[in-house]
Every structure is written in structure tokens, then in C-alpha cells.
Design a protein around this ligand. Structure first.
Ligand code: PLP
Length: 367
């Protein structure tokens, strides 16, 4: 089996599995319990928090969630509610993951003024373009760090600085699911997901900088300072932190896989690369279109060979995603797009097998 769909989810690493099993055996106490077992779990949670904050290079607060969908909802609804008396404008992009995009739809219905900017309108200076749109009424800017379908990188440390320069009171949020552990990310709020970096599904976090107010999404036992009620899943949190520690800091081998596949594709006819090159493209994602072969046909052909890729984002199953258009990808190219996404668990042999299979598929199916 050759798994090249790591932007959809990843295989949990051994370190995460061991950490979860150890926590389940030895640290199953409730973090809120006052006895020794509770204190043991509390220590585990604090250590995990410290580990993730260190990797983020941030000093604020970290709230554990059920994943980035919840982190994004908490960030957007939480800020919109907490700062509603200050302004009603929210600036975001037309390329966000549905967990941000659909939340913004809801905020629009709640009479927030939502502005969505397209990277295709300023691909080389998107940070300046977004910051230019910020006004006094802007309470929130939400911009993903790395697009999950195309792999386009927004320089969030730069955008964060530009937004603050334009309006120091505007809160900057980034959905950093595809960027965390891979590139520097920055913001007042940062969403993360464990299962994209070899942790477990149902586990994520939201980083919140000091001084930023956030209304909770859910009410309950007041855990995690009342921002995120619910008994903390120490097993998942232990696995998340172990996955972070295990994720390499040096990703040149993944860049080599990406470059090698790009090279092989350039030798094939009728291929359009949809992912940006250079500093704008993340090494872990390569999206390309195979002229004359629909995505799903190629995806299933590759699957017969034991190779797993995606036809776009896994979340858009069966639905047409508007995201490629936000990057200027034509409808025809979107219809034949394949997303290959790498992890440290892949090797050059995987690329050899994929390239061979692609050539065979093109011969067989091209109209
Ligand atoms: N944001 C991005 C960019 C994603 O790629 C995903 C998952 O596909 C999510 C958010 C949602 O993450 P989760 O599955 O942890 O809810």
C-alpha cells in the first residue's frame, strides 16, 4: 500500500500510539480530580501544552478541542461574539476549508459583514491585499496558513504584522492545519489538528494569544478556563504531543519527493500543475490536472494499484469545491485534478510507483 493522501489524514505514528496506550493505562484520571490520579493527568496535559506551544514558538494559552473544525468554530464564533460591540466586519478568503467557510456563512446570516478575498486576485502579494482591506470596523481577519487543496502558502507571520499595523484591535486567526509543524505560522488565534501530523482523529487545539477575549461555544463543567468545557481526553492529548515531538523539523526529504514528482510530471503530456512553485507552495502537497482524464477515474485506477491519493479535498467528497477557482484553476482542470500529499513516512520508491501508474492510467483513459 502506498499512502499519498496525507492532507486528508495520516497514519498515527508509533510514538503517538504508545503515548495514548500509556496514558490510558497509567494516567486515566480526570484532570479535574483533586487526588493523585487527577494530578498525574493534569501534569500530562500541562506537559503536552508546553510541547505544542514550544513547537508553535508561542507563549499564550492553548485549548484542546475535538479537532480543527471545532477550533475554527470556536475562534470565529468566539471572537465575533466577544467583540460584537466593537465592529461587525470580518475579513477572510474565498479559499478557506468548509469549517471556516460555513461558519462565515452563519456569521453572515447573523448580520456580520463578511468579506472574502481570492488569492487569484493577488497571488504574489496576497498578504498586502488582505491587510489593505482591513478597516476600523474590522474585528477579525481569518486566513488559512496553507490551502489544503492546492498547497498555497500565505505568509501568516507577515500578514499578522500587516493586520496589526493597519488596525491593532483587529484579531488575526489562522487555520494552520496544513502548516503546523511544517512552516512558521503566527496569529492571535491558531487552529491545529492532530490527525494531520500522525496523531489521532478527534483531537486538536486552538492557540489564543494573551489578552484576546473569546466567548465559549459550549457550556458545561468549566474545564480549560471555561473556554472549552468537557473532560479533557488525556489519551488523545498525549498522542497529539507525542506526534508533534516526533514530526521532523527538517523537511528537505519531503521537498525532494515533491520535486521528483514534479519532474516526472513534466515528462508526461497534458499535465497542468495547479500548486504554486517556490516559497508559495508547501512541500507536502502537489495538485495537478491530467488533461482528458477525470479525477475519479484516475483515483480509482491508482487505488487498484494500491496507491491512495485524493481528487481534491477529502471533505468535499462528491461536492464541487469552489476553492480551485479561487486560485484561478479552470473548471475543466478542477475536474481532472489529483492531489498527492506527502508525509515523512513516504519514500522515493512511492513516487516511482505512482509515476509508473500515472503513465499507464493516462495511456488507458485519455480521451
Ligand atoms: N482546516 C483544514 C485546512 C483542513 O485541511 C481540515 C481537514 O481536512 C480541517 C480544517 C478540519 O480538521 P479536523 O478534521 O481536525 O476537524
Amino acid at each position: 500500500m502506498i499512502y499519498l493522501d496525507n492532507a486528508a489524514t495520516t497514519r498515527p505514528c508509533e510514538a503517538a500510539i504508545t503515548a495514548a496506550v500509556n496514558a490510558a493505562r497509567d494516567s486515566f484520571g480526570n484532570v479535574s480530580s483533586l487526588h493523585g490520579m487527577g494530578i498525574k493527568s493534569e501534569k500530562l496535559l500541562s506537559a503536552a501544552k508546553a510541547c505544542i506551544l514550544k513547537r508553535l514558538c508561542c507563549k499564550g494559552e492553548l485549548y484542546f478541542t475535538s479537532g480543527a473544525t471545532e477550533s475554527n468554530n470556536l475562534a470565529l464564533f468566539g471572537i465575533a461574539d466577544a467583540y460584537k460591540r466593537r465592529g461587525r466586519t470580518i475579513i477572510s478568503t474565498a479559499a478557506e476549508h468548509p469549517s471556516v467557510a460555513r461558519t462565515l456563512d452563519k456569521l453572515s446570516e447573523m448580520r456580520y459583514n463578511v468579506i472574502r478575498l481570492s488569492p487569484k486576485d493577488a497571488p504574489d502579494s496576497f498578504e498586502e491585499y488582505v491587510a489593505d482591506a482591513v478597516t476600523e470596523d474590522t474585528i477579525l481577519v481569518s486566513c488559512m496558513a496553507v490551502n489544503n487543496e492546492i498547497g498555497y502558502i500565505t505568509d501568516t507571520p507577515k500578514l499578522y504584522r500587516l493586520v496589526k499595523r493597519k488596525n491593532p484591535d483587529a484579531v488575526f486567526h489562522t487555520d494552520a492545519v496544513q502548516g503546523f509543524c511544517k512552516i512558521p505560522v503566527a496569529g492571535d488565534l491558531i487552529s491545529m489538528s492532530a490527525h494531520k501530523i500522525h496523531g489521532f482523529k478527534g483531537s486538536g487545539a486552538l492557540y489564543v494569544a494573551k489578552g484576546v477575549r473569546l466567548s465559549p461555544l459550549m457550556y458545561g463543567g468549566g474545564q480549560q478556563k471555561g473556554v472549552r468545557s468537557g473532560t479533557e481526553p488525556v489519551e488523545l492529548i498525549a498522542a497529539f504531543s507525542a506526534a508533534v515531538s516526533d514530526y521532523p523539523t527538517e523537511l528537505s526529504s519531503i521537498r525532494e519527493l515533491n520535486d521528483t514528482l514534479r519532474g516526472r510530471l513534466s515528462d508526461m503530456d497534458g499535465i497542468t500543475i495547479n500548486s504554486p512553485s517556490g516559497d508559495r507552495g508547501i512541500s507536502t502537497i502537489l495538485n495537478f490536472s491530467i488533461g482528458g482524464v477525470r479525477s475519479e477515474i484516475m483515483l480509482h485506477f491508482l487505488e487498484e494499484r494500491g496507491i491512495y491519493v485524493s481528487s481534491g479535498s477529502a471533505c468535499s467528497k462528491g461536492k464541487v469545491s469552489g476553492v480551485p477557482a479561487a486560485f484561478g484553476v479552470s473548471a475543466q482542470n478542477a475536474d481532472s485534478a489529483i492531489r498527492v500529499s506527502f508525509s515523512p513516512q513516504n519514500s522515493l520508491t512511492d513516487i516511482d510507483e505512482l509515476s509508473l501508474a500515472l503513465c499507464d492510467g493516462i495511456k488507458r483513459f485519455r480521451r
